[in-house]
Ligand binder design. Structure first.
Ligand SMILES: C[S@@+](CC[C@H](N)C(=O)[O-])C[C@H]1O[C@@H](n2cnc3c(N)ncnc32)[C@H](O)[C@@H]1O
Length: 446
C-alpha cells in the first residue's frame, strides 16, 4: 500500500502516550488524594536511591501564540510572578512534609507557558528555595522563548547549574510566524545559542512543528537549513495538534490553511530526511539527537524512558509536577493539579494539595503501561506467554500493511511503521476500546 493510502487509513485521533492510561481515560471514581499520597510514599520509599524528577509549570506568556496547545495564562502584568512562586514553594514543602524529607532531585525541568517570562531574580528565588540539597548530578533544563530569553536569564540559570535549554522555534518562515502570532528570527536564536555555549550549556533543544497553518515545503526546507547550521544537540519535530475545541486560539486561522493528509506527511518526510541526512538520529517518536547527546546514548544503551515531559535519559519512578495543571506520576498512580491559576493559588495558600483529578493504576494498567513504554522507547515489546487475542486482532491491519511484525510473543515495529507509532500503541490500549473517555479527545495521529 502506498504512503498516501496508509495515511488516509491511519490518520485518526490518537494519543501521544506520555502515560497509560491516557488522561481522558483516568477513572475519577476510584481516585482520592489520600490514595495518591499513600502510593507516592510507597513508591518514594521503594526507589529512594533513584532520586525524583521534578517538573515545574510556569504558565505565564506575554502574548498568545495561537497554535499553542499548552496550559498558558496570557498577561503583561509581571506582578503575578511572586505570588505564583510563593505557591510553588508551598506546594513543594507539602510534598517534602509528606515524604518526611527533601527528596534528591535527579532531573529538574522548567516548562510552560514561558519560563523566561519570569525575571532572572525570581527564577533564582524559586530554584534556590526548592533545590536546598543541590546535587552535582541534578540535570536542570528550561524552556525559553527566543524573543525574551536574556543574557541575564542564561547567566543566572547557568550559575544554578542549568546546562540544558529548549528553545521554542516552531518555524522561521515569516508567513507562518504571522499566522501563529509567534515571532523570532534566526539571528536572535544564533545570538542566544552563542551566549549559552559560552556559559557552559551543553545540550540545546529546538522545538519545531510540521503541519502549522501556512506552512509550505519551501518554507520548512528553509527553516531546516537554518536550523542545521545552528546544530542544536536535540530537535523535537512535533506533529501540529489541532484541538480548537480545547484551544480556541487555534480558531484565529482558517482550517483551510492547515496542511493535512499527504501535504502534512510530505512536510514530515522533508524535515525528517533533512535531519537524518545531516547526521541526526531518530529517537522514538518526534525526536532527533546528535550522536554526542545523552538522549542518543541512552537509546543505544536501551535506557531511553518516556514520561509526561517527553523522552528522557533519566528514569525515575517518581515524577512530581508542581504548578498549574502539572501532572505527577509514581508508577502506580497519577495526579493532576487544578488548571486555573486562581484555583491553584487558593488551594496552596490554604495548605491543601492543589490536585483536582488522578488515577490509581490496576495491575492490568501496569502491564499495558509497560508494553506501550517498550513500544515508544524501543519499538518492540514481548509478552510473557503469547500476544493476547484482542491485541493481535487490533494489530492485524498494521501487520498486513507491514508496519509491525509479530514473532511468537514479540511485537516489533518496522522502519515504515515509525510514522504510525501512535496507531501501533493504540492496539495495546484496552481502556480506549472499552469505554467512552471522561474528557474530550486527541489530535490526529499523523
Ligand atoms: C508550551 S510550549 C513552550 C514553549 C516555550 N516556552 C517558548 O515559548 O518558546 C512547549 C512546546 O510544545 C509544542 N506545542 C505547543 N502547542 C502545540 C501544538 N498545538 N501542536 C504541536 N506541538 C505543540 C511546541 O513545540 C512548544 O515549543
Amino acid at each position: 500500500m502506498d504512503t498516501s493510502t496508509l495515511l488516509k487509513k491511519y490518520a485518526i485521533a490518537a494519543p501521544r502516550y506520555t502515560s497509560y492510561p491516557t488522561v481522558p481515560y483516568w477513572e475519577a471514581e476510584s481516585f482520592t488524594i489520600e490514595k495518591w499520597s499513600e502510593s507516592l510514599i510507597n513508591a518514594y520509599k521503594a526507589h529512594k536511591n533513584q532520586g525524583i524528577s521534578l517538573y515545574i509549570h510556569l504558565p505565564f506568556c506575554e502574548s498568545l501564540c495561537t497554535y499553542c496547545g499548552c496550559n498558558t495564562r496570557i498577561t503583561k502584568n509581571h506582578g503575578v510572578e511572586v505570588p505564583y512562586i510563593d505557591s510553588l514553594v508551598k506546594e513543594w514543602r507539602m510534598y517534602c512534609d509528606l515524604l518526611g524529607e527533601t527528596p534528591k532531585t535527579k532531573e529538574l525541568h522548567l516548562g510552560g507557558g514561558t519560563p523566561t517570562f519570569f525575571s532572572p531574580e525570581n527564577l533564582q528565588k524559586l530554584i534556590t528555595s526548592i533545590l536546598e540539597n543541590f546535587d552535582e548530578e541534578t540535570t536542570c533544563s528550561f524552556e525559553g522563548h527566543p524573543d525574551n530569553t536574556t543574557f541575564e536569564h542564561l547567566q543566572t540559570l547557568a550559575q544554578l547549574k542549568f546546562k540544558r535549554m529548549s528553545l521554542g522555534i516552531q518555524d522561521f518562515d515569516p508567513k507562518v510566524q504571522m499566522m501563529i502570532n509567534r515571532f523570532q528570527t534566526p539571528e536572535q536564536v544564533v545570538s542566544i545559542m552563542q551566549k549559552a555555549r559560552e556559559l557552559g550549556y551543553d545540550s540545546i533543544n529546538f522545538d519545531l512543528i510540521y503541519g502549522l497553518p501556512g506552512q509550505t515545503l519551501g518554507g520548512l526546507g528553509q527553516t531546516m537549513n537554518e536550523v542545521l547550521v545552528m546544530q542544536p544537540e536535540r530537535i523535537a519535530f512535533y506533529s501540529y495538534a489541532h484541538v480548537p475545541w480545547m484551544k480556541p486560539g487555534q480558531r484565529h486561522y482558517s482550517e483551510k490553511d492547515i496542511p493535512q493528509g499527504d501535504e502534512k506527511f510530505a512536510l514530515y518526510q522533508l524535515g525528517r530526511n533533512m535531519l537524518i541526512n545531516a547526521g541526526y538520529e531518530e529517537i522514538g517518536m518526534d525526536h532527533f539527537a546528535l550522536k554526542k547527546d545523552s538522549l542518543y546514548k541512552a537509546t543505544e544503551n536501551h535506557q531511553l524512558y518516556r514520561n509526561f515531559m517527553g523522552y528522557t535519559d533519566k528514569r525515575t519512578d517518581v515524577l512530581i509536577g508542581l504548578g498549574v495543571s502539572a501532572i505527577s506520576d509514581c508508577q502506580t498512580a497519577f495526579s493532576q493539579n487544578s488548571k486555573t491559576v486562581e484555583e491553584y493559588l487558593e488551594k496552596t495558600n490554604k495548605g491543601n494539595f492543589p490536585i483536582y483529578r488522578g488515577h490509581i493504576l490496576t495491575d492490568k494498567d501496569l502491564d499495558i503501561r509497560q508494553h506501550i513504554l517498550n513500544m515508544m522507547c524501543k519499538g518492540a515489546t514481548c509478552f510473557s506467554i503469547a500476544i493476547p487475542n484482542s491485541v493481535r486482532e487490533r494489530l492485524a491491519p498494521l501487520v498486513a500493511d507491514h508496519l509491525v511484525e509479530l514473532d511468537g510473543p514479540q511485537v516489533q515495529i518496522t522502519k515504515n511503521g515509525m510514522a504510525f507509532l501512535r496507531n501501533v500503541c493504540m492496539a495495546f490500549d484496552e481502556r480506549l476500546w472499552q469505554k467512552e473517555p471522561s474528557s474530550s479527545l486527541f489530535s490526529q495521529s499523523v
